[in-house]
Design a protein around this ligand. Sequence first.
Ligand code: F6R
Length: 608
Amino acid sequence: MCGIVGYVGAGDAVSVLVEGLSRLEYRGYDSAGVAVLNGRGVETRKLAGRIADLRDLLARDPVHGSCGIGHTRWATHGAPTERNAHPHIDCTGSLALVHNGIIENANVLRRRLEQDGHDFRTETDTETLIHLIEESPGTTLEARVIAALEHVEGTYGIAVVAEADRRKIVVARRGSPVLLGVGDGEFLIASDASALLGHTRSVVHLNDGDVAVVTADGYRILDREAREQDRVVEDIEWDLDAIALGDYPHFMLKEICEQANTVRSTLRGRLLAADGTARLNGLNLTARQCSRIRRIVIVACGTSWHAGLVGRHVIEELSGIPVSVEYASEYRYRRQLRLPGTVTLAISQSGETADTLEALRAAKATGSTVLGLVNVVGSTIAREAEGGIYLHAGPEIGVASTKAFTAQVVALLLLGLYLGRQRGLSVQEGRALVGQLLALPQLVERTLAIESEVRSLAARFADAPNALYLGRGLSFPVALEGALKLKEISYIHAEGYPAAEMKHGPIALIDENMPVVCLAPRDPLYTKVVSAMQEVKARGGRIIAITTEGPDDLGHLADHQIAVPAAAPLLSPVLTVIPLQLLAYHIAVLRGCDVDRPRNLAKSVTVE
Ligand code: F6R
């Protein structure tokens, strides 16, 4: 959740670090800092605030050097203050460290280190690491880091510099991502590829347990016994334009508006029209393995979990394989059942979500085949899964996930089609679905044209303290997703419910002040949702209906209607979610909320 950057080379480390941190700011942003080595010891500059504030501080109080580390923080242990901001230094002021993750035995370590005379200056769990390295034996910094990490429980991605070794950064990871950027006469490290792109597109992903020694002349990767490891250099697929805001006021709006293209790119090269199926080579499943699947367990968090709920309908409908959808955080701590024929599918935009990763590992330990449905290429989940589907949606910067959701649903449709065709779905049915999928990007484009209509609607509801979202079948997960979008960026309390469940409790909340967003695409459950709308209307609730273009038969019930183009029922979530994304966005803007940096949230939750 925090961001880490490091630089060693011939250039000015500070400008590279600040540029990299500004690209990571969307991950965590309550404080920031840098430390550089320049012959005058370890010099740090840090503060509670954003990267723009760090730039101002560095303009007032400059520091330079050709080797350094930087950090942008999302507070877990200790308030977001200057003192708690990273980098942290040891008692002698000759070592500095930045950390992403959580040290679970920090209290025990701290008590022991304080008894040994170490002087703690912060409330963070991270500070224990730097004192541990300070007292660890070893003739090199890497030897001391390896020795120190022996005592640590928890997760970390760390970068450490030492005054004694002015041209070296030592990096280690367990549970938090770290990449090396391979440049020309310069090397970088970062927790996310976007921080490296200004300098290089060649990256090396570190594995859990790796320790890397990075100097201006090259890098070495070691395991815990200091044995050298080989890791491949890979190319980042996208460029700086993909993470630029362009003419948009916010990344969230940019990413909502990109969805026709992202859906196109998730589908690209994967539809086989004549055979009526999908080509998913990355799954690494033979036809024989597919025929032996007895159940699929989807593990995910947040928006990805909502996509998983859509996936359950889609896969069961197309292939007849039973699917269960689990919150990764709950699944990982339950007794894992060893059931032959189980495929576990981890869905994650970032590919780094700690709970989803651990759920995948737990499933793997039971002998389940583990697959990933991931956006970030080379991420930990992508590398630990035995196969999977990349979303190819491009980098998602907005903290509220939008284009990843629609890409996930499309990838799940591809998976359903692929499995279905191996298990009884006829070629005609397959071809019909291929045709519908090929037409989907255009329908998304047409749906996006409703933006101004949604903006006017947002003005009417921007002051509402609560909202209810109702849907059935495939639209129930869309209702959950609409409610999540609204609460996370506008801070309005919102609940998503299966429409028929409303009468079992939530109906008590309905009065003339309660906006109720009803998902009513014309699918087989349409008339059932209309009944729920009647119940809301009878109690004075204000109804916003999301429906499909066609005859207006909701006029007597709905106070407002937004119609999306008609699509085959299985595809409708990709369209009906768009007005909900736009509604949440415009309400948040009208309320003056910082849409791309919602309070308390960070992209990519790499801690439990
Ligand atoms: C909501 C949101 C989160 C993420 C969740 C999982 O807008 O972004 O709920 O969906 O943290 O993240 P990934 O998909 O990266 O595993």
